[in-house]
Design a protein around this ligand. Structure first.
Ligand SMILES: NC(=O)C1=CN([C@@H]2O[C@H](COP(=O)(O)OP(=O)(O)OC[C@H]3O[C@@H](n4cnc5c(N)ncnc54)[C@H](OP(=O)(O)O)[C@@H]3O)[C@@H](O)[C@H]2O)C=CC1
Ligand SMILES: O=C([O-])C1=[NH+]CCC1
Length: 312
């Protein structure tokens, strides 16, 4: 059996983290830990936002045996987990893949999703369009780059949802898109971008907040986030609880890798992490109504059958 140890997260400055993720597998005779830093990428920084290293130990004597690059496995594992959730929960009618973001996760989600599912169309939106164009032209298949997140999902919406869209003009595009994409039956939306959490915090009811993003890139000035996005908030501890703690206690949503307890049984849920105004968002618009708690030990090979992704 494999025993993942307790993950911990260390934060030095706002939006800068070091995660430590130990595991032991008796079957593989392996004792290991991954160390991963994830920093909000600033403007012209050439460093990747996520950088990971895997340390492999000899379980018998505790000696360090190998130091391995961990970035590729981190990128692919994250998308593989999304693929498993999608395989189990995606409505049969979904045939359009919509990816929001154009970084590492956008690419690895594109790769695994196109390998496993028969999408007939792919749409891509990113804050900076140039990067979306670059990703689209580097991936082999046809990808339609959309000018706004809204444009990426709006083709799928029925009239009623179209009215919702009009009623909530003040929401920013990506928040709205995540809400709306839940209602788009033909669409699987994969949010693979970083975003500032402050935009989603609820002000007292009835008030309006003037908001300008710190990086000033593309966010609407006015917003009224009176309805927190359930996807973004699932399992997230109150921000006050984590903001002042160097080793974030109570971050079960991160430490258990997104496993939450529902009616006594652990169930995997879409999760994100709110720490000091920083969101972690690899999320999907899978129907929560399809989620039923059940006691199950998930085994990767059993879940991902043919065609088998080579990296698993
Ligand atoms: N890389 C990994 O292995 C893992 C990543 N994740 C999470 O997945 C998400 C995507 O990460 P990843 O693809 O690696 O990140 P990258 O740094 O490769 O790309 C970041 C993406 O987020 C966009 N972005 C950054 N800031 C903002 C903002 N303020 N508003 C809107 N868009 C923004 C960028 O847009 P632009 O191109 O315009 O800058 C870009 O599309 C993150 O939340 C990350 O924490 C989770 C687990 C592992
Ligand atoms: O599981 C992982 O490796 C990570 N989760 C959040 C950032 C990196």
């Amino acid at each position: 059996p494999t025993a993942p140890g307790s993950r911990s997260l260390f934060s030095t400055l706002s939006a800068r983290f070091l995660g430590v993720m130990p595991a032991y597998s008796a079957a593989d005779d392996a004792l290991t830990t991954k160390l991963v830093t994830f920093y909000e990428r600033r403007g012209d920084s050439a460093a990747p936002s996520h950088q990971a290293t895997v340390l492999l130990f000899d379980p018998r004597c505790g000696s360090l045996r190998a130091v391995l690059d961990g970035s590729v496995i981190t990128a692919k594992r994250t998308a593989a987990v999304s693929a498993i959730a999608t395989k189990l929960l995606m409505p049969r009618s979904a045939e359009v893949l919509c990816i929001l973001g154009a970084g590492v996760q956008a690419r690895s989600h594109y790769e695994i999703f196109m390998e496993l599912f028969p999408f007939t169309e792919v749409r891509l939106w990113n804050r900076s369009e140039q990067r979306a164009v670059r990703l689209a032209s580097s991936v082999g298949g046809a990808v339609r780059v959309c000018g706004t997140a809204r444009e990426a999902v709006v083709g799928e919406l029925n009239e009623r949802v179209g009215r919702d869209l009009k009623d909530h003009q003040e929401y920013d595009d990506t928040y709205l898109t995540q809400q709306l994409s839940l209602k788009a039956e033909r669409l699987l939306t994969c949010s693979a971008f970083q975003s500032r959490g402050e935009r989603y915090q609820s002000p007292p009811l009835g008030t309006r907040q003037q908001h300008q993003s710190r990086d000033g890139l593309g966010w609407k000035a006015a917003l009224r986030p009176s309805r927190p996005n359930p996807l973004l908030y699932a399992g997230t501890p109150p921000i006050a609880q984590v903001a002042h703690s160097p080793i974030q206690p109570g971050l079960e949503c991160f430490q258990a890798g997104g496993i939450h307890s529902l009616t006594g049984q652990p169930v995997p849920v879409s999760h994100s992490l709110t720490v000091k105004n920083f969101f972690l968002i690899p999320s999907l618009n899978l129907r929560s109504s399809s989620l039923k708690p059940f006691p199950l030990t998930l085994s990767l090979p059993a879940l991902i059958k043919s065609p088998s992704p080579s990296f698993l």
